[in-house]
Design a protein around this ligand. Structure first.
Ligand SMILES: Cc1cc2nc3c(=O)[nH]c(=O)nc-3n(C[C@H](O)[C@H](O)[C@H](O)COP(=O)(O)O)c2cc1C
Length: 210
């Protein structure tokens, strides 16, 4: 049976799919079938030559989640120090506090997703665009599908400093397959999210020349 869908317009979905950290419900299990529904939608995303080299690795075993959270925290501890962050404004302080909460509770999330792509990225810029462009649209589609089913997540990449160790934990063939991130997944506490702060279009949109 299809999972219930939140009543959100397309534009509401696109503008309210936030980085959720403090409102992840750590106590409510996430069913396998709702994750599969999201993957089914995600794989409609484009990939170069429609190669679809993606693999969707979900992690629900407590010891594996704890091991990945430890890798994440190893990096978090050294990048989120007061020295590294410097003076923060109120918005920056809110993100810091939220990020700290996620780091403290990452091992408790009901599920994690580590999206992977077969073949490792090459060193040159053009190839990077083609490589990551063949998986990240699908990952974002997954997150949109998840949001419309009451699930939340936050994009994270910190554990990738220890990608090989994560590969060993999950049995991913590191030499032939790259991880695109680590996505905690949980139902959200409430489903009302607002558009986030973004730059004015005047500062970032160019017509015909820079
Ligand atoms: C490539 C990438 C890496 C990120 N890494 C982390 C991370 O390691 N930890 C974390 O808490 N948030 C991480 N974020 C989340 C961003 O902080 C968040 O998307 C941004 O602040 C916008 O949040 P909003 O959409 O709720 O406004 C990452 C986001 C992206 C796109």
């Amino acid at each position: 049976m299809a999972h219930p869908i939140l009543e959100l317009s397309n534009d509401e979905l696109l503008s309210t799919t936030r980085a959720v950290r403090k409102r992840l419900d750590l106590d409510r299990p996430v069913e396998r079938d709702v994750l599969l529904e999201c993957v089914e939608l995600a794989v409609q995303a484009p990939s170069g030559s429609n190669m679809q080299r993606w693999h969707w690795v979900f992690v629900t075993e407590p010891d594996k989640k704890a091991a990945l959270a430890e890798l994440y925290n190893r990096v978090f501890r050294v990048t989120y120090t007061p020295d590294a962050l410097g003076q923060l404004d109120a918005a920056g302080e809110r993100i810091r506090e939220s990020a700290q909460h996620l780091a403290d509770h990452l091992h408790e999330v009901p599920a994690m997703l580590v999206p992977c792509q077969w073949g490792r990225p090459g060193p040159d810029g053009a190839n990077q665009a083609g490589y990551w462009g063949s998986i990240l649209p699908a990952v974002w589609s997954f997150l949109l599908a998840a949001r419309s089913r009451g699930l939340g997540s936050v994009w994270t990449t910190m554990h990738l400093a220890h990608e090989r160790e994560a590969a060993d934990i999950l049995g991913i063939p590191y030499e032939r397959c790259a991880q695109a991130g680590l996505f905690p997944i949980a139902y959200t506490i409430g489903s009302d999210f607002k558009p986030g702060p973004r730059k004015d279009l005047d500062a970032i949109v160019h017509w015909d020349r820079w």
